[in-house]
Design a protein around this ligand. Structure first.
Ligand code: AMP
Length: 113
């Protein structure tokens, strides 16, 4: 049997995390090593390694993740934020289970490092 990703372990409650939102399709957790005062990860429950591994069948999940991020940030009255998806190790991906970083509450430089 293949090894579960760290996020799959969190989804299955094998290991703890600060889960701030959950529904049938997704969770949002606090990043364990925050790079901004607000640093969440929006994660589909479906095990997709990354953007490169998405198929047509996964189209709806990305829209769903965007909408739950929008709602979460609106509920917190945060208007300015950055979303990041690292795809592949050279782009900085370390957990191979698709996730969207949500960063806010500090000035974010551009271009990113
Ligand atoms: P990436 O490098 O884009 O794959 O992002 C993976 C993110 O997962 C990093 O920002 C890590 O800090 C975060 N992370 C790793 N393990 C955990 C964990 N157990 N709980 C919450 N966040 C985690």
């Amino acid at each position: 049997m293949k090894e579960k990703s760290i996020f799959k372990k969190i989804i299955d409650r094998d290991i703890p995390a600060n889960i701030i939102y959950e529904d049938d399709l997704s969770i949002i957790i606090e990043d364990i090593s925050p790079q901004a005062p607000i640093h969440f990860l929006a994660i589909p429950k479906k095990e997709i390694k990354g953007i490169s591994d998405m198929t047509e069948a996964d189209t709806d999940i990305i829209g769903h993740l965007m909408l739950i991020i929008k709602k979460q940030m609106a509920d917190k009255d945060i208007k300015d934020y950055r979303l990041v998806v690292n795809n592949g190790s050279e782009a900085g991906q370390t957990v191979f289970h698709l996730h969207i970083h949500v960063l806010a509450n500090r000035t974010l430089g551009w271009p990113p490092g």
